[in-house]
Design a protein around this ligand. Structure first.
Ligand SMILES: Nc1nc2c(ncn2[C@@H]2O[C@H](COP(=O)(O)OP(=O)(O)O)[C@@H](O)[C@H]2O)c(=O)[nH]1
Ligand SMILES: [Mg+2]
Length: 318
């Protein structure tokens, strides 16, 4: 996806770019400060390339990607004086190339009513917040949204979803704490059909400690949905917290096994200097990255664009 599909008007595009740039600034400052430091008054040589590789590994790009990008910077440029702006530009171009296949938007198929989105991920990854942000976005697009409080484990989780429902004008189907999540989701899907809802977003629990139980619960939710609509869920979004770095990779592996993940949302990119993890995941799993979260506010979620993300990460000014 390119910038023009992210925002339409020039003004909002500019303000979005500033927000994205600001959100990724921890990672980009770490990278650009190191690059400037590395190449100031020095010719490019194997030592510089190696140090560049190391700094990319520190930003969680992963060893393979870091090696590939550093190699591309070095290619044909040994013994030349190269400016940090040039290095940043090559870096951005290489990151963009890697991310293009991952930047695929979440397409809401209007023929599926409701279009059911199951949201999975470990506790604290940002599921409920992301659901609120998505509800706001879809409502603004003129869609009727309903939320299902499938995280029945904690009372606070149910309350949190209700608040997002109020804020975004979306009805919330919730049960008592401890209620059977699959049963609740069944009811929600019935209600969504009766009320001609366009998008039903289902929150889930993310208890990592009881992995087997949690994963069983997810599978049960999916099985029960299919009784009403064999095509549901139409999307399974895995929400990943960027601040956990390389652990995100093993979470993708676990959830892919049981939940049939169709796309990713990476949150909290504003809270880490290691935003390269998104690049590592995109390379390893070839899953679409639909959205990124760069703050706690309702507007701090954006469709993922390869070029703008790569440029923001490389600290390029527009
Ligand atoms: N800085 C930042 N915080 C976020 C983002 N997304 C979620 N959070 C915060 O992360 C915490 C956990 O989020 P929550 O949605 O409750 O996670 P859940 O347990 O997966 O439902 C909350 O304090 C959120 O405000 C983000 O993109 N950036
Ligand atoms: Mg939650």
């Amino acid at each position: 996806m390119n910038d023009s599909t992210t925002q339409t008007s020039g003004d909002s595009r500019q303000s979005w770019w500033r927000r994205l740039r600001g959100g990724l600034s921890r990672t980009s400052s770490a990278i650009t400060a190191a690059i400037t430091d590395l190449i100031s008054k020095r010719k490019l040589d194997a030592g510089v390339v190696e140090e560049l590789e190391e700094l990319l590994i520190r930003a969680d790009f992963g060893v393979d990607v870091a090696g590939r990008i550093a190699g591309a910077v070095g290619e044909g440029r040994y013994d030349k004086i190269i400016s940090s702006e040039e290095v940043k530009a090559i870096l951005a171009a290489e990151i963009e190339k890697i991310l293009v296949p991952a930047a695929r938007p979440l397409v809401i198929d209007g023929a599926s009513r409701p279009f059911v989105i199951l949201v999975a991920g470990v506790n604290g990854s940002g599921k409920t917040t992301t659901i609120g942000k998505l509800a706001s976005r879809f409502s603004r697009e003129g869609r009727q949204v309903m939320l299902a409080a499938g995280d029945t484990f904690r009372a606070a989780a149910i309350e949190q979803l209700k608040i997002w429902g109020e804020r975004t004008g979306s009805p919330v189907i919730a049960g008592a704490q401890g209620a059977d999540a699959a049963g609740l989701v069944f009811r929600a899907l019935e209600a969504a059909r009766a009320q001609a809802i366009d998008v039903l977003i289902v929150d889930t629990a993310g208890r990592l400690q009881t992995k087997a139980g949690l994963m069983g619960e997810l599978q049960k939710i999916v099985r029960v949905m299919k009784k009403l609509d064999p095509a549901a869920p139409h999307a399974v979004l895995l929400v990943l917290d960027a601040t956990i770095g390389q652990n995100a990779l093993s979470q993708v592996r676990e959830f892919l096994k049981v939940a049939g993940v169709t796309g990713l949302v990476m949150t909290k990119l504003d809270g880490t200097a290691r935003g390269g993890i998104l690049v590592a995941i995109a390379t390893e799993y070839r899953l679409p990255v639909h959205f990124i979260g760069i703050g706690e506010g309702v507007d701090d979620l954006a469709p993922f664009g390869a070029r703008e993300f790569a440029q923001a990460l490389a600290g390029i000014e527009r």
